[in-house]
Write a protein that binds this ligand. Structure first.
Ligand SMILES: [Zn+2]
Length: 262
Protein backbone atom coordinates (compact mmCIF):
# COMPACT_ATOMS: atom_id res chain seq x y z
CA UNK A 1 0.00 0.00 0.00
CA UNK A 2 1.08 3.56 -0.64
CA UNK A 3 -0.50 6.64 0.90
CA UNK A 4 -0.86 9.88 -1.05
CA UNK A 5 -2.37 13.23 -0.07
CA UNK A 6 -5.07 14.68 -2.33
CA UNK A 7 -6.55 18.14 -2.71
CA UNK A 8 -9.34 18.88 -5.20
CA UNK A 9 -10.02 22.41 -6.40
CA UNK A 10 -13.10 24.44 -7.30
CA UNK A 11 -16.15 22.61 -8.63
CA UNK A 12 -14.40 19.22 -8.56
CA UNK A 13 -15.35 19.24 -4.87
CA UNK A 14 -18.99 18.65 -5.90
CA UNK A 15 -18.07 15.08 -6.81
CA UNK A 16 -16.37 14.05 -3.59
CA UNK A 17 -17.63 13.15 -0.11
CA UNK A 18 -18.51 16.21 1.95
CA UNK A 19 -15.83 15.78 4.66
CA UNK A 20 -13.09 15.70 1.99
CA UNK A 21 -14.07 18.91 0.19
CA UNK A 22 -11.74 21.91 -0.10
CA UNK A 23 -9.00 20.44 2.05
CA UNK A 24 -6.08 18.02 1.85
CA UNK A 25 -6.71 14.45 2.89
CA UNK A 26 -4.69 11.26 2.73
CA UNK A 27 -5.86 8.22 0.91
CA UNK A 28 -4.46 4.69 0.69
CA UNK A 29 -3.77 3.64 -2.89
CA UNK A 30 -3.12 0.19 -4.30
CA UNK A 31 0.49 -0.34 -5.34
CA UNK A 32 0.91 0.80 -8.95
CA UNK A 33 -2.35 2.83 -8.92
CA UNK A 34 -2.31 5.69 -11.44
CA UNK A 35 -3.40 9.26 -10.81
CA UNK A 36 -6.49 8.69 -12.95
CA UNK A 37 -7.44 5.50 -11.13
CA UNK A 38 -7.32 7.21 -7.72
CA UNK A 39 -9.06 10.40 -8.83
CA UNK A 40 -11.97 8.34 -10.18
CA UNK A 41 -11.99 6.06 -7.12
CA UNK A 42 -12.45 9.20 -4.98
CA UNK A 43 -15.42 10.11 -7.19
CA UNK A 44 -14.30 12.58 -9.85
CA UNK A 45 -14.81 11.56 -13.51
CA UNK A 46 -11.57 12.04 -15.47
CA UNK A 47 -13.36 14.12 -18.12
CA UNK A 48 -13.81 16.89 -15.53
CA UNK A 49 -10.09 17.14 -14.81
CA UNK A 50 -7.82 19.52 -16.70
CA UNK A 51 -4.61 19.50 -14.70
CA UNK A 52 -2.94 17.22 -12.16
CA UNK A 53 0.07 18.30 -10.13
CA UNK A 54 2.03 15.66 -8.22
CA UNK A 55 4.50 17.27 -5.80
CA UNK A 56 4.13 20.46 -7.82
CA UNK A 57 4.91 18.91 -11.23
CA UNK A 58 2.22 18.47 -13.88
CA UNK A 59 1.66 14.83 -14.82
CA UNK A 60 -0.58 12.80 -17.12
CA UNK A 61 -3.41 10.48 -16.11
CA UNK A 62 -1.20 7.40 -16.25
CA UNK A 63 1.33 8.70 -13.72
CA UNK A 64 1.86 6.03 -11.01
CA UNK A 65 1.51 7.31 -7.46
CA UNK A 66 4.25 6.78 -4.89
CA UNK A 67 4.17 6.85 -1.11
CA UNK A 68 3.99 10.39 0.26
CA UNK A 69 2.93 12.02 -3.05
CA UNK A 70 0.95 15.27 -2.83
CA UNK A 71 -1.67 15.31 -5.58
CA UNK A 72 -3.50 18.52 -6.57
CA UNK A 73 -6.37 18.15 -9.04
CA UNK A 74 -7.83 21.08 -11.01
CA UNK A 75 -10.82 21.55 -13.31
CA UNK A 76 -10.76 23.68 -16.46
CA UNK A 77 -9.36 27.09 -15.57
CA UNK A 78 -11.32 30.20 -16.23
CA UNK A 79 -9.04 33.00 -15.23
CA UNK A 80 -5.63 31.47 -14.86
CA UNK A 81 -3.33 30.64 -17.77
CA UNK A 82 -1.90 27.14 -17.47
CA UNK A 83 -0.44 26.97 -21.01
CA UNK A 84 3.11 26.24 -19.81
CA UNK A 85 1.86 23.26 -17.83
CA UNK A 86 1.00 19.90 -19.26
CA UNK A 87 -2.70 19.36 -19.66
CA UNK A 88 -4.02 15.85 -19.16
CA UNK A 89 -5.48 15.73 -22.66
CA UNK A 90 -3.14 16.06 -25.61
CA UNK A 91 -5.29 18.47 -27.55
CA UNK A 92 -8.75 19.96 -27.48
CA UNK A 93 -11.23 18.78 -30.09
CA UNK A 94 -11.09 21.00 -33.14
CA UNK A 95 -14.76 20.67 -34.07
CA UNK A 96 -17.24 20.58 -31.20
CA UNK A 97 -19.68 17.75 -31.73
CA UNK A 98 -21.75 16.13 -29.03
CA UNK A 99 -23.54 13.00 -27.98
CA UNK A 100 -26.14 13.55 -25.28
CA UNK A 101 -27.44 10.90 -22.90
CA UNK A 102 -31.10 9.88 -22.65
CA UNK A 103 -31.99 12.55 -20.07
CA UNK A 104 -30.76 15.53 -22.07
CA UNK A 105 -33.20 15.64 -25.00
CA UNK A 106 -34.08 19.29 -24.38
CA UNK A 107 -30.43 20.34 -24.31
CA UNK A 108 -29.73 18.31 -27.49
CA UNK A 109 -32.45 20.24 -29.36
CA UNK A 110 -31.13 23.60 -28.17
CA UNK A 111 -27.61 22.66 -29.28
CA UNK A 112 -28.92 21.72 -32.74
CA UNK A 113 -30.83 24.98 -32.86
CA UNK A 114 -27.50 26.69 -32.14
CA UNK A 115 -25.91 24.75 -35.02
CA UNK A 116 -23.93 22.15 -33.05
CA UNK A 117 -24.00 18.59 -34.37
CA UNK A 118 -25.54 16.65 -31.45
CA UNK A 119 -26.54 12.99 -31.50
CA UNK A 120 -29.31 12.02 -29.13
CA UNK A 121 -31.64 9.09 -28.77
CA UNK A 122 -33.53 8.32 -25.59
CA UNK A 123 -32.75 4.62 -26.04
CA UNK A 124 -28.96 4.89 -26.29
CA UNK A 125 -27.40 2.47 -23.80
CA UNK A 126 -24.13 3.62 -22.18
CA UNK A 127 -22.10 1.26 -24.42
CA UNK A 128 -23.47 3.00 -27.52
CA UNK A 129 -22.69 6.46 -26.18
CA UNK A 130 -19.14 5.36 -25.42
CA UNK A 131 -18.74 3.81 -28.90
CA UNK A 132 -20.21 6.86 -30.70
CA UNK A 133 -18.03 9.26 -28.72
CA UNK A 134 -14.82 7.48 -29.58
CA UNK A 135 -15.79 6.80 -33.22
CA UNK A 136 -16.78 10.42 -34.03
CA UNK A 137 -14.65 12.26 -31.41
CA UNK A 138 -17.75 13.65 -29.77
CA UNK A 139 -18.03 15.31 -26.38
CA UNK A 140 -20.29 13.26 -24.09
CA UNK A 141 -22.95 15.30 -22.28
CA UNK A 142 -24.46 13.60 -19.27
CA UNK A 143 -25.65 13.92 -15.70
CA UNK A 144 -24.31 10.42 -14.97
CA UNK A 145 -20.80 10.63 -13.58
CA UNK A 146 -20.30 6.84 -13.89
CA UNK A 147 -20.68 7.17 -17.66
CA UNK A 148 -17.86 9.73 -17.72
CA UNK A 149 -15.56 7.29 -15.92
CA UNK A 150 -15.60 4.90 -18.89
CA UNK A 151 -12.13 4.34 -20.19
CA UNK A 152 -12.45 5.36 -23.84
CA UNK A 153 -14.43 8.55 -23.17
CA UNK A 154 -11.79 11.27 -23.41
CA UNK A 155 -13.97 14.37 -23.72
CA UNK A 156 -17.07 14.82 -21.64
CA UNK A 157 -19.04 17.33 -19.67
CA UNK A 158 -20.91 16.62 -16.49
CA UNK A 159 -24.02 18.79 -16.83
CA UNK A 160 -25.00 20.32 -13.48
CA UNK A 161 -28.13 22.31 -14.33
CA UNK A 162 -31.54 20.65 -14.66
CA UNK A 163 -33.34 22.97 -17.09
CA UNK A 164 -32.38 22.85 -20.79
CA UNK A 165 -31.82 26.61 -21.25
CA UNK A 166 -29.62 26.80 -18.16
CA UNK A 167 -27.83 23.65 -19.28
CA UNK A 168 -27.12 25.32 -22.63
CA UNK A 169 -25.70 28.34 -20.88
CA UNK A 170 -23.54 26.10 -18.70
CA UNK A 171 -22.14 24.20 -21.73
CA UNK A 172 -21.60 27.47 -23.65
CA UNK A 173 -19.63 28.91 -20.75
CA UNK A 174 -17.59 25.85 -20.06
CA UNK A 175 -16.64 25.16 -23.70
CA UNK A 176 -16.67 28.77 -24.86
CA UNK A 177 -19.13 28.04 -27.67
CA UNK A 178 -20.77 31.43 -28.18
CA UNK A 179 -18.33 32.41 -30.94
CA UNK A 180 -18.93 29.29 -33.02
CA UNK A 181 -22.73 29.06 -32.82
CA UNK A 182 -24.49 29.02 -36.20
CA UNK A 183 -28.24 29.09 -35.64
CA UNK A 184 -30.50 27.91 -38.49
CA UNK A 185 -28.04 25.32 -39.74
CA UNK A 186 -29.26 21.93 -38.44
CA UNK A 187 -32.64 20.19 -38.31
CA UNK A 188 -33.92 20.08 -34.72
CA UNK A 189 -35.48 16.67 -35.24
CA UNK A 190 -32.81 14.89 -37.32
CA UNK A 191 -29.53 16.74 -36.64
CA UNK A 192 -29.12 16.82 -40.46
CA UNK A 193 -27.87 19.92 -42.31
CA UNK A 194 -30.54 22.32 -43.55
CA UNK A 195 -30.31 23.63 -47.10
CA UNK A 196 -31.82 26.67 -48.77
CA UNK A 197 -34.97 26.10 -50.75
CA UNK A 198 -36.53 28.59 -53.17
CA UNK A 199 -39.70 30.36 -52.07
CA UNK A 200 -41.64 29.05 -55.08
CA UNK A 201 -40.78 25.47 -54.10
CA UNK A 202 -42.29 25.76 -50.62
CA UNK A 203 -45.72 26.96 -51.76
CA UNK A 204 -48.25 24.40 -50.55
CA UNK A 205 -45.87 23.13 -47.82
CA UNK A 206 -46.17 26.12 -45.47
CA UNK A 207 -49.16 28.24 -44.38
CA UNK A 208 -50.10 31.17 -46.66
CA UNK A 209 -49.31 33.79 -44.03
CA UNK A 210 -45.82 32.41 -43.52
CA UNK A 211 -45.20 32.55 -47.27
CA UNK A 212 -46.19 36.22 -47.29
CA UNK A 213 -44.12 37.23 -44.27
CA UNK A 214 -40.89 35.32 -44.92
CA UNK A 215 -38.42 35.28 -47.79
CA UNK A 216 -35.91 32.72 -46.64
CA UNK A 217 -36.69 29.04 -46.28
CA UNK A 218 -34.61 25.95 -45.56
CA UNK A 219 -35.40 22.27 -45.70
CA UNK A 220 -34.12 19.03 -44.19
CA UNK A 221 -33.42 16.24 -46.68
CA UNK A 222 -34.07 13.59 -44.05
CA UNK A 223 -37.52 14.54 -42.71
CA UNK A 224 -38.39 16.91 -45.61
CA UNK A 225 -39.71 19.53 -43.20
CA UNK A 226 -39.49 23.17 -44.24
CA UNK A 227 -38.31 25.80 -41.74
CA UNK A 228 -38.34 29.57 -41.76
CA UNK A 229 -37.00 32.09 -39.28
CA UNK A 230 -40.12 32.25 -37.15
CA UNK A 231 -40.36 32.99 -33.46
CA UNK A 232 -38.56 29.76 -32.49
CA UNK A 233 -35.41 30.79 -34.31
CA UNK A 234 -35.68 34.44 -33.34
CA UNK A 235 -35.77 33.42 -29.71
CA UNK A 236 -32.75 31.25 -30.28
CA UNK A 237 -30.86 34.11 -31.90
CA UNK A 238 -31.74 36.33 -28.95
CA UNK A 239 -30.53 33.65 -26.56
CA UNK A 240 -27.28 33.26 -28.57
CA UNK A 241 -26.80 37.03 -28.60
CA UNK A 242 -27.33 37.23 -24.86
CA UNK A 243 -24.74 34.49 -24.29
CA UNK A 244 -22.24 36.19 -26.60
CA UNK A 245 -22.96 39.54 -24.92
CA UNK A 246 -22.26 38.15 -21.47
CA UNK A 247 -18.96 36.77 -22.66
CA UNK A 248 -17.93 40.18 -24.02
CA UNK A 249 -18.95 41.85 -20.80
CA UNK A 250 -21.94 43.60 -22.38
CA UNK A 251 -25.18 44.12 -20.49
CA UNK A 252 -27.04 41.34 -22.28
CA UNK A 253 -29.81 43.43 -23.80
CA UNK A 254 -31.46 42.05 -26.92
CA UNK A 255 -30.82 43.68 -30.26
CA UNK A 256 -33.58 46.00 -31.48
CA UNK A 257 -36.37 44.24 -33.31
CA UNK A 258 -35.99 40.88 -31.60
CA UNK A 259 -38.31 40.01 -28.79
CA UNK A 260 -36.86 38.75 -25.55
CA UNK A 261 -37.34 35.01 -25.05
CA UNK A 262 -40.04 34.45 -22.46
ZN1 LIG B 1 -35.10 16.73 -40.33
Amino acid sequence: MVTATFRFYEELNDFIARPLRRRSFSCACARGATAKHMIEAIGVPHTEVELILVNGESVGFEHPLADGDRVAVYPKFEAFDIQPLLRVRERPLRVMRFVADAHLGGLAQLLRLAGFDTLYDNHYPDEDIEAIASRDHRVVLTRDRELLKRRTITHGCYVRALKPKIQLREIFDRLDLAGSAQPFRLCLACNAPLRRIAKEDVAGHVPEGVLERHARFVTCDVCRRVFWEGTHWQRMRALMDSLAGERDGATGTSPAGVENPT
